[in-house]
Design a protein around this ligand. Structure first.
Ligand code: HSE
Length: 449
C-alpha cells in the first residue's frame, strides 16, 4: 500500500503499489530493441505479471519522428515529447533504448528526480555519467538498472552486482564487442585482411555504417568502465579506460600468432593491481591481445561475447553468449523491467552501485603488461647485443628472442616478461630510433592473468 505524501506524485519512490494497481511504463525509443521489448511484453503479459506480482502497462512510447512509427505503435501511446511523458504521474518506470549521451542523460536525470525507476541499455551514457545517475536514483529511492549495457543478455551486470557481491574480484576480462570479434575470428580462420573482413562485417550487418566505435575499441571501453566500476566498487569512467582498437592488425600479425599457438582478441581487461608498497589500484583497458589458443576466451568465435572472472572464493568463471542484437538486448531489458517493476509493486530497491572502495585508477603507464615485438633488423654482428641493452636499461627481462630470415633482412621477434607499460613503450620508441632496426612491424600485448 502506498504511503506517499500528497505533494509527491503517486509514481514517486519505491514505496509499493495498491493490490492490482499497474506499474506504468514509458519506453523511450522504438528501434530494434524498443520494438522487441514491446512485442515480448505483449506476448508474455500474463507470465510477466506473475513474475512481478502485479500488472504492468506501457503508457507511452516516445520517438523522435511519430510518422515513422505510426501504425506499429498504438496511436494513443505514441508521442514525440519524451520529457513530458517521463514526468507524468502515471509513469513509474522509464525504459531508455534511444542511445546517445546528452539527450538521454537529461531525460533519465529528470525521470529519476521525479521518482521514476530507470532501465537503460545505454553503455555510453552509463560509462560517462554513472555517478550522477546513481546519486539521483539514491536520492529518489528508486532503481537504476542497466544489464543490457554490457554484453546484452549475458548476465554480467547482475553477476557482479548480486551473485559475486560477497567475493573479492581480482580480474574481469572479456570479449565485449561482437563486431571486432567477428572480424578477428574471420581473419584468423581465413587469413584474409582486416579491410576485407570489415567489409564482410558491414555487409552482414554486424558493424554500423560508421564502424569507428566498434573497431577503435570505444564501445568495448564503455563496457570495461561499467564492469570495472562494479567489480572493484570504484568509479571508473570511460575516460579512465586505455583504449586501442583493431584497425592496425594485419593478416601477418594473425598468421604469426597462429604459428605460435595463439590468437588475437580485442579484450577488455579490468584488474586489481598493487604496486611495490602494497597500494592497490584499478586498471581498465581495451586493446588487441595475444592469447594462447588454450585459454577459454580464445575459443569465442564469430560475433559471440564472453566475460571471464577471477574471484578469491569463486575462482574462475566464464559467461558466454550473444552480446548484441535486438532479441538478446531486449531480453536483458525485460529482465530489468521485471526487477524494477517488482520493486515498484512490493516496495524496496535492488542493490545499487557501491563505490566505497574508491581505489585510484592506475595510470596506464604503471600497469604491468607483456609485449610481443616483431621487427626487421639489420643482419650484422652486434645488432642483437645492441637491441638487448635497450631492454636491459629499463629493467625489462626478455622471455624469448627468435630470429628468422625475411627477404634479405633479419626478422626479430622479441617476447618480454612482465614489465611496466611505460617502460615497454619507451623501449619500443628507442628501438624505432635505432639504425639497426629497419622497421618495427608490430607491437602486441600478451594476455597474462
Ligand atoms: N556494436 C556492439 C557489438 C553491440 O558489436 O558488440 C552493442 O554494444
Amino acid at each position: 500500500m502506498s504511503t506517499q505524501n500528497s505533494n509527491i506524485p503517486s509514481s514517486a519512490g519505491n514505496s509499493g503499489k495498491a493490490p492490482g494497481e499497474a506499474v506504468g511504463i514509458a519506453i523511450l525509443g522504438h528501434g530494434t530493441v524498443g520494438r522487441e521489448v514491446l512485442r515480448l511484453m505483449e506476448e508474455h503479459r500474463d507470465a510477466l505479471e506473475h513474475r512481478i506480482g502485479g500488472p504492468i502497462e506501457v503508457r507511452g512510447v516516445a520517438v523522435s519522428d511519430k510518422e515513422k512509427h505510426r501504425g506499429s505503435v498504438p496511436e494513443e501511446l505514441l508521442t514525440d515529447d519524451a520529457m513530458t511523458l517521463i514526468q507524468r504521474d502515471d509513469i513509474d518506470l522509464v525504459v531508455e533504448v534511444i542511445g546517445g549521451i546528452d539527450y538521454p542523460r537529461r531525460l533519465l536525470l529528470t525521470a529519476l528526480q521525479a521518482g521514476k525507476s530507470v532501465v537503460t541499455a545505454n553503455k555510453a551514457l552509463v560509462a560517462a555519467h554513472a555517478d550522477e545517475l546513481a546519486e539521483a536514483a539514491d536520492r529518489a529511492n528508486v532503481d537504476l538498472y542497466f544489464e543490457a549495457a554490457v554484453a546484452a543478455a549475458i548476465p554480467v551486470v547482475g553477476m557482479l552486482r548480486r551473485s559475486l557481491a560477497g567475493d573479492q574480484i581480482e580480474l574481469v576480462s572479456g570479449i565485449v564487442n561482437g563486431t571486432t570479434n567477428f572480424i578477428l575470428d574471420a581473419m584468423d580462420s581465413t587469413g584474409a585482411s582486416y579491410d576485407d573482413m570489415l567489409k564482410e562485417a558491414m555487409a552482414l550487418g554486424y558493424a554500423e555504417a560508421d564502424p569507428t566505435a566498434d573497431v577503435e575499441g570505444h564501445d568495448a571501453a564503455s563496457k570495461a568502465a561499467i564492469l570495472a566500476s562494479l567489480a572493484f566498487h570504484t568509479r571508473v569512467n570511460y575516460d579512465d579506460v586505455y583504449c586501442e582498437g583493431i584497425s592496425h592488425i594485419t593478416a601477418e600479425d594473425i598468421a604469426a600468432a597462429k604459428a605460435a599457438g595463439q590468437t588475437i582478441k580485442l579484450l577488455a581487461i579490468c584488474q586489481r593491481i598493487s604496486d611495490e608498497s602494497g597500494q592497490e589500484y584499478v586498471s581498465a583497458r581495451v586493446h588487441p591481445t595475444l592469447i594462447s589458443r588454450d585459454h577459454p576466451l580464445a575459443s569465442v568465435d564469430k560475433s559471440y561475447n564472453a566475460v571471464f572472472v577471477e574471484a578469491e572464493a569463486a575462482g574462475r568463471l566464464m559467461f558466454y553468449g550473444n552480446g548484441a542484437g535486438g532479441d538478446p538486448t531486449a531480453s536483458a531489458v525485460l529482465g530489468d523491467i521485471v526487477g524494477a517493476a517488482r520493486n515498484k509493486v512490493h516496495g524496496g530497491r535492488a542493490p545499487g552501485e557501491n563505490t566505497y572502495a574508491n581505489l585510484p585508477v592506475a595510470d596506464f603507464g604503471q600497469v604491468p603488461t607483456r609485449y610481443h615485438i616483431d621487427m626487421e633488423v639489420v643482419d650484422k654482428v652486434g645488432v642483437l647485443a645492441e637491441l638487448a641493452t635497450f631492454f636491459a636499461e629499463r629493467g625489462i627481462s626478455l622471455r624469448t628472442v627468435r630470429q628468422e630470415e625475411r627477404g634479405g633482412h633479419a626478422r626479430l621477434i622479441v617476447v618480454t616478461h612482465t614489465a611496466l607499460e611505460a617502460d615497454l613503450a619507451q623501449c619500443v620508441e628507442r628501438l624505432k630510433e635505432s639504425t639497426s632496426v629497419k622497421a618495427v612491424k608490430s607491437v602486441l600485448r600478451l594476455y597474462s592473468e
